[in-house]
Design a protein around this ligand. Structure first.
Ligand code: CP
Ligand code: NVA
Length: 319
């Protein structure tokens, strides 16, 4: 295996980012998930091939994280690279401009994962970075989650072609990336959110413009969304950064809980997904998330496999 590493510059058009899934085409998502499958199958056979030897991943996180941080750190280690978790002491918020920060950091590392409150932060980081920047969650998007979600659905059914997904709850970052991922991979998705908490129409229009025909329906009625669905997905009602709205959100979303009664309207064998962390008794009841049809642990495990596929794809490993 060749170990020569060429370091692109910020002017280089060969640098790709994943700030949102709008950064990738359908065939590219399929390729990322294909690589993820190859790597997961190898991992399950006990093989950890160094496809990214000595590559360095930098992680910049403004919010808490278990899954995103640890799955990226473990994933790059499996592939023969290493990671740096960068705290506030690197001064990326107000010590210097994002342009200076990104230009310099990207000379030291090969890939940057950033979790930020403001989406613009990650967009700006990517603009000035000489290496790929991956969004590890912002207020608007969670693209790595959506890659793992569809990888999990494909794994559950053997194919995405018969999957009918329903998302019930807040029209948030996770819902937005899920909708775009479903659009890219031509998966049917019905979304039920309360009035005022829907995915923005401008965003849905942008999805349609990016992928063409989408099999997407929006409603305010959770029963209508889950009818006949073979996957039911939800997320927390109050995302990180929205804590001040917690009480009003609980009221607005009270009728959007995924519980056994709602699951009766879905396919009898419907799987349950949740990006985690979850609040049992709020967006989902314990009997559903801890029940036999819940795939939440597999879904969380797949964060690592999907992101290994993503890193290998972004850094052009030969897989
Ligand atoms: N689902 C997810 O992104 O989890 P973390 O916040 O723990 O990274
Ligand atoms: N919507 C949640 C997802 C956490 C993984 C949040 O942004 O906090």
């Amino acid at each position: 295996m060749s170990t020569a590493i060429s370091k692109p510059t910020s002017e280089s058009s060969s640098v790709r980012h994943l700030v949102t899934l709008f950064d990738v085409r359908r065939d590219e998502v399929i390729d990322i998930l294909r690589i993820a499958r190859v790597l997961k199958d190898a991992f399950e056979r006990g093989e950890r091939h160094p496809y990214l030897p000595r590559r360095v991943l930098g992680l910049l996180f403004q919010k808490q994280s278990l899954r995103t941080r640890v799955s990226f750190e473990s994933g790059i280690a499996h592939l023969g690279g290493s990671s740096l978790f960068l705290g506030q002491d690197v001064g990326w918020e107000d010590r210097e401009s994002i342009a200076d920060f990104a230009s310099v950091l990207s000379q030291y590392v090969d890939i940057i994962v950033c979790r930020a409150y403001s989406h613009e932060r990650v967009t700006e980081l990517a603009e000035y970075s000489a290496c790929p920047v991956v969004n590890g969650l912002t207020d608007l998007a969670h693209p790595c989650q959506a890659l793992a979600d569809l990888f999990t659905v494909e794994e559950a059914f053997g194919s995405l072609s018969g999957a009918k997904l329903a998302y019930v709850g807040d029209g948030n970052n996770v819902a937005a990336s899920l909708a775009l991922a479903c659009g890219l991979l031509d998966v049917e998705l019905r979304v039920a959110c309360p009035p005022g908490y829907e995915l923005p129409l401008s965003f849905l229009e942008k999805v349609r413009n990016h992928v063409g025909n989408v099999r997407f329906t929006a409603t305010n009625d959770p029963r209508e969304a889950v009818r006949g669905a073979n996957v039911v997905y939800t997320d927390v009602w109050t995302s990180m950064g929205q804590e001040a709205e917690e009480e009003s959100r609980k009221q607005a979303l009270a009728n959007y809980q995924v519980n056994k009664e709602l699951m009766k309207h879905a396919d009898p064998d419907a799987h349950f997904l949740h990006c985690l962390p979850a609040r049992r008794g709020e967006e989902v009841t314990a009997d559903v998330i801890d029940g036999p049809n819940s795939l939440v642990v597999e879904q969380a495990a797949n964060r690592m496999h999907a992101q290994k596929g993503l890193m290998a794809w972004l850094l052009k490993a030969d897989i």
